[in-house]
Design a protein around this ligand. Structure first.
Ligand SMILES: [Ca+2]
Length: 128
């Protein structure tokens, strides 16, 4: 059984999007995201992707999560990097390492959020 906990709009331009959705470390969740967001005019889904321009490539190592795709949807508890995890387009079963508010961002270089636009819609279900 699943219960829809909430729907949140995650803006590409915001370094930490608050969702108002509270996660409990003793529970399990399913998440799904839809929509498109933009790095300048380059479009990505919530699953992110490889660099699409020569402007991005030199800065790949500066991404907040340097080993994960550009603009992949990332979640964390209370905006703490130590709790960060990849949501992407779909996360089937997730147990947070600690309890707190779900906060999210598009994986970009910290100083490069000014040219971002668009948003993705995230839904979170509690399982069981
Ligand atoms: Ca950017």
């Amino acid at each position: 059984m699943e219960t829809l906990l909430g729907t949140a709009t995650i803006c590409a331009r915001t370094r930490w999007n608050r969702t108002g959705i509270r996660l409990d470390s003793t529970r399990q969740y399913r998440m799904a995201a839809t929509g498109d967001w933009f790095d300048r005019k380059l479009s990505y889904g919530p699953e992110g992707g490889p660099a699409k321009s020569s402007f991005q490539r030199p800065f790949a190592w500066l991404r907040r999560r340097r080993h994960d795709p550009w603009f992949v949807l990332v979640g964390a508890v209370d905006a703490r990097n130590a709790t960060a995890f990849i949501i992407g387009r779909q996360l089937a079963a997730f147990s947070p390492s600690s309890s707190g508010e779900l906060t999210c961002y598009a994986n970009d270089v910290w100083l490069a959020y000014g040219n971002n636009s668009g948003s993705v819609t995230l839904k979170v279900w509690q399982r069981g």
